[in-house]
Design a protein around this ligand. Structure first.
Ligand code: ZN
Length: 268
């Protein structure tokens, strides 16, 4: 990663709340053609989330603690703030002295842009400004929110505007927090009702909705130069599993997340 930083554009796409089991089953069933075309081997990697809700998990990820492979480690990290005794900092890790990855990339000439989705990125009030405030440019609109049935396509259109407005020579770190998986998501399943509510099935329908538009995001991010992309969930969520509902709780449905990283090559 220390060779990638400074050479390639970077994309971090968090599919907020996406469960690993739903992601794996959807990929295996052929319901995610655009994502599986990019994922190494066409499959999601099983990982453990660095936090059990959005705020905790994104703070950790922005400090270099992406989801951890779900097997005994240590596992070398892609990005790490310098600190003595880190067992997951390896020779190829991009190590920085700044407190977080966003600031570190800005210090190396990157334009940093955030396209928010869930409430912790809504820039309404002090708390909703903490995470977007790390970035040079940040966007949030009600259409990007959990309540919007067209959230992801609106976020992708915003990404296209961010790229179009940027000097072609300037490297870009784009972060997108997709809100479509987060409850409520029932409206992504044709025929579903508010009364029937959110289920693993409507969760899967929301993921298929993301897949239908994610190709546009990948295309705009590879339009300038090669792009290194990380696509993952920040935490899962429970739909009655062992009696649990939601997240910010310690259950396997919350702690286990899908992950993938890959290069997006520019058009020949
Ligand atoms: Zn989240």
């Amino acid at each position: 990663m220390n060779a990638v930083v400074g050479r390639d554009d970077l994309l971090l796409l968090t599919l907020d709340t996406l469960r690993y089991d739903v992601a794996r089953e959807s990929a295996a069933a052929g319901l995610l053609p655009h994502l599986t075309a990019r994922l190494p081997g066409g499959v999601w990697e099983k990982r453990h989330a660095p936090g059990n809700f959005t705020y905790a998990s994104h703070h950790a990820m922005f400090a270099g603690f992406l989801p951890t492979p779900a097997a005994p480690g240590p596992h070398p990290r892609l990005f790490a703030a310098r600190f003595a005794g880190s067992e997951s900092t390896a020779e190829r890790t991009f190590v920085f002295d700044e407190p977080d990855l966003v600031t570190a990339l800005a210090a190396r000439g990157y334009h940093t842009a955030c396209i928010g989705g869930v409430g912790f990125f809504n820039k309404r009030g002090a708390l909703g400004n903490v995470l977007p405030g790390l970035f040079a440019e940040s966007h949030w609109e009600p259409e990007f929110s959990v309540a919007s049935p067209t959230s992801f396509e609106a976020q992708v259109a915003c990404a296209e505007r961010v790229v179009a407005a940027l000097d072609a020579d300037r490297p870009l770190f784009l972060f997108v927090n997709a809100s479509a998986l987060h409850q409520p998501n029932w409206f992504h399943l044709p025929g579903a009702t508010r009364e029937a509510g959110d289920t693993r099935t409507t969760h899967a329908a929301a993921l298929a909705y993301i897949d239908r538009h994610v190709g546009r995001l990948f295309d705009v991010m590879r339009s300038r130069r090669r792009c290194f992309a990380v696509v993952c969930s920040d935490h899962g969520t429970a739909y009655g599993d062992d009696g649990y509902t939601g997240h910010r709780l310690g259950h396997e449905s919350v702690w286990t997340v899908p992950y993938g990283h890959f290069f997006l090559e520019p058009p020949a």
